[in-house]
Design a protein around this ligand. Structure first.
Ligand code: SAH
Length: 352
């Protein structure tokens, strides 16, 4: 008897131990889970029929009671600079977006971890749309699945994944952890921890735990070097103020030569003065932290504007002079509203 699609067990989003346990209940050997995991995350299978190294009988059993969720993106937009934005319709009608950024040989996918976001950072379009729900690990890993499948068709690979799309990954730790396991697994996407970055607004109690469990890279959205300004921009600062946040960033275990990234969105007249740059240098002095300056990407309903380029370079130069490694993130995909802080899939509304 064929079950209805929704009753079938979704194999996408299961970690290898979960898949092993699930197949074990049917008396299947451990290596079967590794085989299936490879079919899904390395050969991008959407169904079981083509899994030719599994017996016909086993394929029949899988087809009758399991599924591999996730349709192709509902909309793909391509920017003049090669950036691509994908809109994924989820099974309950919600929508999320991911952005693929090609950059000399690297292909970085910026993925979402929640539908909407509860943090209400004043400069972010996702925050303005409010929080809808957490994404499941299946929904999270479907984003790199789709992108990697799309690129495999052109003989290219997905090289990096950053949790910098919609949502706060550290407010969805269980599902984000399962997704990270799949991204890092040699039977999954096989990415090294260097190439997977978790970006957080600073959910202090979750940071160290995740960093100790997975060797992923960490980015923290600092955005201000003073508590009064940061609390204004990011209400979460009232709960986890800068001193605690920076202390926690310094505790993140790092392999040699690696650093935690401090992201800093430059907002004209708000956090871009020379005094702000000096306060930031003092805050980060002596720590293994590098700064990623992000020019603000405007969106409707936001009162902020980006500083003129001279102000941004002066800010950068002051950090460099203080011995802090600093790069300015290039603005990509703005013409398709794919730049940092412009994603608002949920606000695109439900279909039908
Ligand atoms: N919640 C996580 C991940 C999503 S935001 C976090 O806060 O880190 C990813 C990055 O985009 C953050 O550094 C955030 O400060 C930045 N950002 C948000 N809105 C932006 C905008 N309009 N322009 C530029 N950067 C923005």
């Amino acid at each position: 008897m064929m079950n209805g699609v929704a009753d079938r067990t979704d194999l996408k989003g299961m970690t290898l131990p979960e898949l092993t346990e699930f197949l074990g209940r049917w008396g299947k050997e451990r290596f079967r889970a590794r085989q299936l995991s490879r079919w899904i995350y390395q050969r991008f299978a959407d169904d079981f029929a083509g899994m030719t190294d599994l017996s016909k009988e086993f394929r029949g059993l899988l087809a009758a009671s399991c599924r591999i969720s996730g349709p192709p993106a509902e909309r793909v937009e391509t920017s003049a600079d090669g950036t691509e934005k994908y809109l994924f319709r989820l099974e309950d009608g919600e929508a999320v977006e991911s952005v693929l950024i090609p950059d000399d040989g690297r292909r970085t996918l910026c993925i979402s971890s929640q539908v909407g976001c509860a943090l209400e950072c004043g400069f972010c379009a996702t925050g303005a749309g409010g929080f809808r729900r957490n994404m499941t690990s299946a929904e999270i890993v479907h984003q790199p699945f789709f992108a990697a499948k799309r690129f495999a068709g052109r003989g290219e690979r997905l090289s990096n994944v950053v949790f910098m799309g919609m949502g706060e990954p550290l407010l969805n730790v269980p599902e984000v952890s399962r997704a990270i396991e799949i991204l890092l697994s040699q039977f999954g996407f096989g990415l090294s921890g260097k190439r997977v970055t978790v970006s957080t607004a600073g959910i202090v109690p979750e940071m160290l735990q995740l960093a100790q469990r997975y060797p992923v890279s960490f980015a923290v959205s600092i955005n201000a070097a003073r508590d009064d300004i940061r609390s204004l921009l990011m209400p979460i600062n009232r709960k986890y103020p800068l001193r605690e946040l920076v202390a926690e960033m310094k505790r993140i275990p790092l392999q040699s030569g690696r650093k935690v990234t401090a992201e800093y969105v430059l907002l004209a007249g708000v956090n871009d003065s020379p005094e702000d740059a000096r306060a930031l240098s003092r805050l980060l002095r002596g720590a293994r932290i590098k700064v990623n300056l992000i020019p603000f990407n405007p969106h409707e309903g936001s009162p902020y504007i980006p500083p003129p380029p001279e102000t941004a370079s002066r800010f950068r130069d002051l950090l460099l002079a203080a011995g802090i490694q600093t790069i300015t993130r290039e603005r990509r995909g703005a013409d398709i509203r794919a730049a940092c802080g412009q994603l608002r899939g949920a606000a695109a509304g439900k279909r039908g």
